[in-house]
Write a protein that binds this ligand. Structure first.
Ligand code: ATP
Length: 274
Protein backbone atom coordinates (compact mmCIF):
# COMPACT_ATOMS: atom_id res chain seq x y z
CA UNK A 1 0.00 0.00 0.00
CA UNK A 2 1.09 3.54 0.78
CA UNK A 3 4.08 2.39 2.68
CA UNK A 4 5.68 0.66 -0.27
CA UNK A 5 5.17 3.79 -2.37
CA UNK A 6 6.93 5.95 0.16
CA UNK A 7 9.85 3.50 0.19
CA UNK A 8 10.18 3.71 -3.56
CA UNK A 9 10.65 7.43 -3.34
CA UNK A 10 13.86 7.03 -1.40
CA UNK A 11 16.95 6.90 -3.58
CA UNK A 12 18.97 3.69 -3.56
CA UNK A 13 22.06 5.40 -2.20
CA UNK A 14 22.07 8.17 0.25
CA UNK A 15 24.33 9.74 2.78
CA UNK A 16 23.93 10.55 6.45
CA UNK A 17 23.63 14.23 5.47
CA UNK A 18 20.28 13.48 3.89
CA UNK A 19 18.90 12.28 7.21
CA UNK A 20 17.61 15.13 9.36
CA UNK A 21 17.98 15.20 13.13
CA UNK A 22 18.84 11.84 14.71
CA UNK A 23 22.29 13.13 15.65
CA UNK A 24 22.78 10.64 18.47
CA UNK A 25 21.51 7.70 16.42
CA UNK A 26 23.71 8.63 13.47
CA UNK A 27 26.73 8.98 15.73
CA UNK A 28 26.13 5.62 17.40
CA UNK A 29 25.58 3.97 14.05
CA UNK A 30 28.76 5.37 12.50
CA UNK A 31 30.71 4.26 15.54
CA UNK A 32 29.34 0.74 15.14
CA UNK A 33 30.03 0.75 11.42
CA UNK A 34 33.66 1.51 12.07
CA UNK A 35 33.84 -2.11 13.20
CA UNK A 36 33.07 -3.12 9.65
CA UNK A 37 35.56 -0.66 8.19
CA UNK A 38 38.42 -1.32 10.63
CA UNK A 39 38.01 -5.08 10.33
CA UNK A 40 41.73 -5.79 10.25
CA UNK A 41 42.40 -4.10 13.58
CA UNK A 42 39.28 -5.71 15.00
CA UNK A 43 40.54 -9.11 13.95
CA UNK A 44 44.05 -8.52 15.32
CA UNK A 45 42.64 -7.63 18.70
CA UNK A 46 40.50 -10.74 18.68
CA UNK A 47 37.26 -8.80 18.86
CA UNK A 48 34.33 -10.74 17.47
CA UNK A 49 32.82 -9.24 14.31
CA UNK A 50 29.76 -7.07 14.51
CA UNK A 51 26.98 -9.06 12.88
CA UNK A 52 23.72 -7.36 13.70
CA UNK A 53 22.48 -3.87 14.43
CA UNK A 54 18.91 -3.39 15.57
CA UNK A 55 17.22 -0.07 14.85
CA UNK A 56 14.25 0.55 17.09
CA UNK A 57 11.68 3.30 17.11
CA UNK A 58 8.31 4.42 15.76
CA UNK A 59 7.40 4.20 12.05
CA UNK A 60 8.69 6.78 9.61
CA UNK A 61 11.62 8.04 11.66
CA UNK A 62 14.30 7.14 9.13
CA UNK A 63 15.37 3.59 9.96
CA UNK A 64 15.42 2.59 6.32
CA UNK A 65 17.34 5.75 5.47
CA UNK A 66 19.88 4.85 8.16
CA UNK A 67 20.44 1.41 6.65
CA UNK A 68 20.94 2.85 3.18
CA UNK A 69 23.30 5.52 4.46
CA UNK A 70 25.18 2.80 6.34
CA UNK A 71 25.71 0.92 3.08
CA UNK A 72 27.01 4.05 1.42
CA UNK A 73 29.25 4.95 4.36
CA UNK A 74 30.88 1.51 4.42
CA UNK A 75 30.94 1.08 0.63
CA UNK A 76 28.81 -2.06 0.93
CA UNK A 77 26.20 -3.50 -1.36
CA UNK A 78 22.70 -2.99 0.01
CA UNK A 79 19.92 -5.56 0.06
CA UNK A 80 16.56 -5.12 1.71
CA UNK A 81 13.74 -7.38 2.78
CA UNK A 82 10.76 -7.01 5.03
CA UNK A 83 9.70 -9.45 7.73
CA UNK A 84 6.24 -9.59 6.24
CA UNK A 85 7.63 -10.91 2.93
CA UNK A 86 8.60 -14.12 4.67
CA UNK A 87 5.09 -14.90 5.73
CA UNK A 88 4.20 -17.74 3.41
CA UNK A 89 1.63 -20.43 3.24
CA UNK A 90 4.13 -23.20 2.83
CA UNK A 91 6.49 -24.15 5.57
CA UNK A 92 10.11 -23.80 4.53
CA UNK A 93 9.69 -21.14 1.86
CA UNK A 94 10.62 -18.35 4.26
CA UNK A 95 13.74 -20.20 5.35
CA UNK A 96 14.91 -20.72 1.79
CA UNK A 97 14.30 -17.04 1.05
CA UNK A 98 16.57 -16.13 3.93
CA UNK A 99 19.24 -18.46 2.56
CA UNK A 100 18.89 -16.87 -0.90
CA UNK A 101 19.18 -13.39 0.55
CA UNK A 102 22.53 -14.17 2.16
CA UNK A 103 23.71 -15.92 -0.98
CA UNK A 104 22.71 -12.96 -3.11
CA UNK A 105 24.46 -10.55 -0.74
CA UNK A 106 27.72 -12.46 -1.19
CA UNK A 107 27.46 -12.83 -4.97
CA UNK A 108 26.52 -9.20 -5.49
CA UNK A 109 29.39 -8.00 -3.32
CA UNK A 110 31.79 -10.15 -5.33
CA UNK A 111 30.37 -9.03 -8.65
CA UNK A 112 30.51 -5.36 -7.72
CA UNK A 113 33.95 -5.67 -6.18
CA UNK A 114 32.80 -4.62 -2.70
CA UNK A 115 34.25 -6.00 0.49
CA UNK A 116 31.05 -5.95 2.44
CA UNK A 117 27.28 -6.29 2.21
CA UNK A 118 24.53 -4.87 4.37
CA UNK A 119 21.23 -6.72 4.52
CA UNK A 120 18.38 -4.63 5.90
CA UNK A 121 15.36 -6.47 7.31
CA UNK A 122 12.45 -4.19 8.11
CA UNK A 123 9.69 -5.39 10.48
CA UNK A 124 11.93 -8.05 11.95
CA UNK A 125 9.31 -8.67 14.65
CA UNK A 126 7.11 -10.43 12.08
CA UNK A 127 9.57 -13.33 11.88
CA UNK A 128 11.44 -12.74 15.12
CA UNK A 129 8.58 -12.56 17.60
CA UNK A 130 8.84 -14.42 20.89
CA UNK A 131 8.49 -18.17 20.52
CA UNK A 132 6.41 -19.53 23.33
CA UNK A 133 7.27 -23.06 24.32
CA UNK A 134 6.26 -25.89 22.02
CA UNK A 135 3.82 -23.99 19.87
CA UNK A 136 4.92 -24.46 16.27
CA UNK A 137 4.62 -21.50 14.04
CA UNK A 138 5.34 -21.31 10.36
CA UNK A 139 7.90 -18.53 10.84
CA UNK A 140 10.06 -20.45 13.28
CA UNK A 141 12.00 -22.03 10.43
CA UNK A 142 12.55 -18.61 8.92
CA UNK A 143 13.86 -17.26 12.21
CA UNK A 144 16.05 -20.33 12.72
CA UNK A 145 17.51 -19.91 9.27
CA UNK A 146 18.32 -16.28 10.00
CA UNK A 147 20.05 -17.28 13.24
CA UNK A 148 21.98 -20.00 11.42
CA UNK A 149 23.13 -17.56 8.75
CA UNK A 150 24.23 -15.07 11.39
CA UNK A 151 26.09 -17.72 13.35
CA UNK A 152 27.81 -18.70 10.13
CA UNK A 153 29.46 -15.30 9.75
CA UNK A 154 33.07 -15.55 10.87
CA UNK A 155 35.89 -13.10 11.38
CA UNK A 156 37.95 -12.82 8.23
CA UNK A 157 35.14 -13.97 5.94
CA UNK A 158 34.98 -12.12 2.64
CA UNK A 159 32.75 -10.39 1.86
CA UNK A 160 31.82 -9.26 5.35
CA UNK A 161 28.08 -9.35 5.94
CA UNK A 162 26.24 -7.10 8.37
CA UNK A 163 22.55 -7.45 9.13
CA UNK A 164 20.58 -4.38 10.06
CA UNK A 165 17.04 -4.88 11.24
CA UNK A 166 14.26 -2.53 12.24
CA UNK A 167 11.33 -2.87 14.57
CA UNK A 168 8.96 -0.66 16.45
CA UNK A 169 8.25 -3.47 18.89
CA UNK A 170 11.55 -4.39 20.44
CA UNK A 171 9.91 -5.94 23.51
CA UNK A 172 8.24 -8.50 21.24
CA UNK A 173 11.50 -9.95 19.93
CA UNK A 174 12.65 -13.45 20.77
CA UNK A 175 15.63 -13.35 23.09
CA UNK A 176 17.57 -15.64 20.72
CA UNK A 177 17.82 -12.72 18.32
CA UNK A 178 19.28 -10.40 20.92
CA UNK A 179 22.08 -12.63 22.17
CA UNK A 180 25.74 -11.61 21.80
CA UNK A 181 26.93 -12.26 18.27
CA UNK A 182 23.47 -11.59 16.86
CA UNK A 183 21.57 -8.31 17.20
CA UNK A 184 23.63 -7.14 20.13
CA UNK A 185 23.88 -3.50 19.08
CA UNK A 186 20.69 -1.46 19.51
CA UNK A 187 20.16 2.02 18.24
CA UNK A 188 17.10 4.02 19.10
CA UNK A 189 15.72 6.06 16.22
CA UNK A 190 13.17 8.18 17.99
CA UNK A 191 10.72 10.88 16.91
CA UNK A 192 12.61 14.09 16.17
CA UNK A 193 12.69 17.04 18.58
CA UNK A 194 12.09 20.57 17.31
CA UNK A 195 15.64 21.00 16.06
CA UNK A 196 15.44 17.63 14.31
CA UNK A 197 12.11 18.51 12.75
CA UNK A 198 13.52 21.74 11.40
CA UNK A 199 16.46 19.96 9.84
CA UNK A 200 14.16 17.34 8.26
CA UNK A 201 11.93 20.12 6.87
CA UNK A 202 15.00 21.83 5.45
CA UNK A 203 16.04 18.66 3.67
CA UNK A 204 12.66 18.06 2.06
CA UNK A 205 11.97 21.68 1.16
CA UNK A 206 14.99 21.84 -1.12
CA UNK A 207 13.07 21.24 -4.33
CA UNK A 208 10.03 23.29 -3.26
CA UNK A 209 9.51 27.04 -3.64
CA UNK A 210 8.46 28.75 -0.41
CA UNK A 211 6.74 32.13 -0.19
CA UNK A 212 8.87 34.74 1.52
CA UNK A 213 6.75 35.00 4.64
CA UNK A 214 6.96 31.27 5.42
CA UNK A 215 8.71 30.33 8.65
CA UNK A 216 9.84 26.72 8.74
CA UNK A 217 10.82 27.33 12.33
CA UNK A 218 7.17 27.87 13.14
CA UNK A 219 6.23 24.72 11.26
CA UNK A 220 8.81 22.78 13.29
CA UNK A 221 7.26 24.25 16.43
CA UNK A 222 3.74 23.21 15.38
CA UNK A 223 4.55 19.64 14.44
CA UNK A 224 5.35 18.17 17.84
CA UNK A 225 5.17 14.36 17.66
CA UNK A 226 5.47 14.20 13.86
CA UNK A 227 7.82 11.66 12.29
CA UNK A 228 10.16 12.44 9.41
CA UNK A 229 7.78 10.68 7.05
CA UNK A 230 4.92 12.89 8.26
CA UNK A 231 7.00 16.04 7.87
CA UNK A 232 7.82 15.04 4.31
CA UNK A 233 4.07 14.59 3.74
CA UNK A 234 3.29 18.01 5.20
CA UNK A 235 5.52 19.68 2.62
CA UNK A 236 4.14 17.59 -0.19
CA UNK A 237 0.52 18.24 0.78
CA UNK A 238 1.26 21.95 1.18
CA UNK A 239 2.62 22.02 -2.38
CA UNK A 240 -0.60 20.36 -3.57
CA UNK A 241 -2.68 23.06 -1.82
CA UNK A 242 -0.54 25.70 -3.53
CA UNK A 243 -1.12 24.03 -6.89
CA UNK A 244 -4.88 23.99 -6.34
CA UNK A 245 -4.81 27.72 -5.74
CA UNK A 246 -2.56 28.14 -8.75
CA UNK A 247 0.19 29.71 -6.66
CA UNK A 248 3.88 29.51 -7.62
CA UNK A 249 5.05 29.13 -4.05
CA UNK A 250 3.93 27.46 -0.85
CA UNK A 251 2.43 29.86 1.65
CA UNK A 252 2.06 29.62 5.40
CA UNK A 253 -1.67 28.79 5.19
CA UNK A 254 -0.97 25.89 2.81
CA UNK A 255 1.38 24.49 5.40
CA UNK A 256 -1.17 24.98 8.17
CA UNK A 257 -3.81 23.05 6.19
CA UNK A 258 -1.26 20.36 5.35
CA UNK A 259 -0.40 19.91 9.04
CA UNK A 260 -4.10 19.42 9.80
CA UNK A 261 -4.48 16.99 6.94
CA UNK A 262 -1.50 14.84 7.97
CA UNK A 263 -2.67 14.87 11.59
CA UNK A 264 -6.18 13.84 10.52
CA UNK A 265 -4.81 11.16 8.22
CA UNK A 266 -2.98 9.70 11.15
CA UNK A 267 -6.17 9.60 13.19
CA UNK A 268 -8.14 7.87 10.42
CA UNK A 269 -5.34 5.32 10.02
CA UNK A 270 -5.52 4.50 13.70
CA UNK A 271 -9.30 4.24 13.68
CA UNK A 272 -9.15 1.97 10.65
CA UNK A 273 -6.67 -0.26 12.45
CA UNK A 274 -9.00 -0.77 15.39
P1 ATP B 1 9.06 2.22 8.96
O1 ATP B 1 9.27 1.78 10.36
O2 ATP B 1 7.64 2.63 8.66
O3 ATP B 1 9.65 1.31 7.93
P2 ATP B 1 11.32 3.98 8.79
O4 ATP B 1 11.74 4.41 10.14
O5 ATP B 1 12.12 2.94 8.10
O6 ATP B 1 9.80 3.62 8.82
P3 ATP B 1 11.93 5.55 6.50
O7 ATP B 1 11.39 4.59 5.51
O8 ATP B 1 13.38 5.62 6.66
O9 ATP B 1 11.26 5.29 7.91
O10 ATP B 1 11.35 7.00 6.21
C1 ATP B 1 10.26 7.19 5.33
C2 ATP B 1 10.41 8.52 4.61
O11 ATP B 1 10.24 9.57 5.55
C3 ATP B 1 11.78 8.73 4.03
O12 ATP B 1 11.85 8.26 2.71
C4 ATP B 1 11.94 10.23 4.11
O13 ATP B 1 11.30 10.85 3.03
C5 ATP B 1 11.19 10.60 5.36
N1 ATP B 1 12.03 10.66 6.55
C6 ATP B 1 11.87 9.93 7.68
N2 ATP B 1 12.79 10.24 8.60
C7 ATP B 1 13.57 11.19 8.06
C8 ATP B 1 14.71 11.93 8.51
N3 ATP B 1 15.21 11.74 9.74
N4 ATP B 1 15.26 12.81 7.67
C9 ATP B 1 14.75 13.01 6.44
N5 ATP B 1 13.69 12.36 5.96
C10 ATP B 1 13.09 11.47 6.75
Amino acid sequence: GGKRESKNRTPAYLTFDQIGGQDRAKHELMEALDFLIKHEQIQKLGIRPLKGILLTGPPGTGKTLMAKAAAHYTNSVYLAASGSEFVEMYVGVGASRVRDLFKEARTRAQKEGKESAIIFIDEIDVIGGKRDGGQHREYDQTLNQLLTEMDGIHTGDAPRVLIMAATNRKEMLDSALLRPGRFDRHIDVDLPDKKGRLSILNIHVKNKPLAENVSLDRIAEQTFGFSGAQLESVLNEAAIYALREEKDAIEQQHLASAIDKVMMGERTDKEAAQ
